[in-house]
Ligand binder design. Structure first.
Ligand SMILES: N[C@@H](CCC(=O)N[C@@H](CS)C(=O)NCC(=O)O)C(=O)O
Length: 219
C-alpha cells in the first residue's frame, strides 16, 4: 500500500482534480485514489472529511494533507526531484511557474462558458462561447501563452517546455475544452492539443471518466 492517496472529484468534470492527478501520475509513484462525486448533498461533508479547505484535489501523505493544485505541484517537485514536475532550466522554470499561476488565477470566462466535460463533443456550444468577447480574449491569451512557451523553450519535445511539466498539467483541462468544444487552433497549437490528448495519462483519465455514472447538468 502506498503512503500517497489523492482525493478527487468526478473525473468527467473536475478540472482541478485532473491537474493534481496528472502531477501525481508524472512522479511514477504508486498511489491510492478516492473519487467523490461533486454537486451531491453530501459532497461538501465528504470533501471536508479529507481537506479542511473543502476542495479537491488533495493529496494525503500519512496524517498530512496537501491541497491546492499549485501547492501539490511544489510538494511533488520537492519530494520527487527527478520527476520533471518543473523544467530544470531556471528561466524555463520561472516561466512555467508564471503561466501556471496565471492559469490558476484567471480565465474565468472560459471556465464559465465551456466547463470541462471530457465525455462530450459540443462544437455548437464552443461556437456560441467564442462569440462572447471575454471567452475569445481568454482563448487568445491561452494561445499566446502556449506559443510563447513553445517558441522559447519547447524545441526539445511536444509540450510547452519540450518535455512534459506542471505547466502542461495546469493547461490540460483547457486542452480538453478546446478539443470537446472544437475551438479552432492553428497548426502548432493544434499539434500541442493533440499531443496532450494522446498521452497515456490523459487516455487513462478519460477512460475512467467514461466509466463514471454520475451526470451533472452544466448547461
Ligand atoms: N484552487 C484550487 C481549486 C480547487 C477547486 O475549486 N476544486 C473544485 C472541483 S474542480 C471543488 O473542490 N469543488 C467542490 C466544492 O467546492 O464543494 C486548486 O488549485 O486545487
Amino acid at each position: 500500500m502506498s503512503d500517497l492517496t489523492i482525493v478527487l472529484g468526478n473525473k468527467r468534470y473536475s478540472s482541478w482534480s485532473l491537474r493534481g492527478w496528472l502531477l501525481l501520475k508524472q512522479t511514477g509513484a504508486a498511489f491510492d485514489e478516492i473519487v467523490i462525486p461533486l454537486d451531491q448533498p453530501q459532497t461538501k461533508r465528504d470533501i471536508l472529511s479529507h481537506n479542511p479547505a473543502g476542495k479537491v484535489p488533495v493529496i494525503k501523505v500519512g496524517d498530512a494533507v496537501v491541497w491546492d493544485s499549485l501547492a501539490i505541484a511544489e510538494y511533488l517537485h520537492e519530494r520527487f526531484p527527478e520527476a520533471g514536475i518543473w523544467p530544470k532550466d531556471t528561466g524555463a522554470r520561472a516561466l512555467a511557474r508564471c503561466v501556471s499561476a496565471e492559469m490558476h488565477a484567471g480565465f474565468a470566462a472560459v471556465r464559465a462558458h465551456i466547463p470541462m466535460d471530457v465525455c462530450i463533443q459540443d462544437a455548437a456550444r464552443g461556437k456560441r462561447a467564442l462569440a462572447e468577447p471575454p471567452v475569445a480574449a481568454d482563448v487568445d491569451r491561452v494561445v499566446a501563452i502556449w506559443d510563447d512557451c513553445q517558441a522559447r523553450y519547447g524545441s526539445g519535445g511536444n509540450f510547452l517546455f519540450g518535455d512534459w511539466c506542471a505547466a502542461d498539467a495546469m493547461y490540460a483541462p483547457v486542452v480538453t475544452r478546446f478539443a470537446t468544444y472544437a475551438v479552432p487552433l492553428q497548426g502548432p497549437m493544434a499539434a500541442y492539443r493533440d499531443a496532450v490528448m494522446a498521452t497515456p495519462a490523459m487516455a487513462e483519465w478519460i477512460a475512467a471518466a467514461q466509466a463514471e455514472t454520475w451526470v451533472i447538468d452544466q448547461a
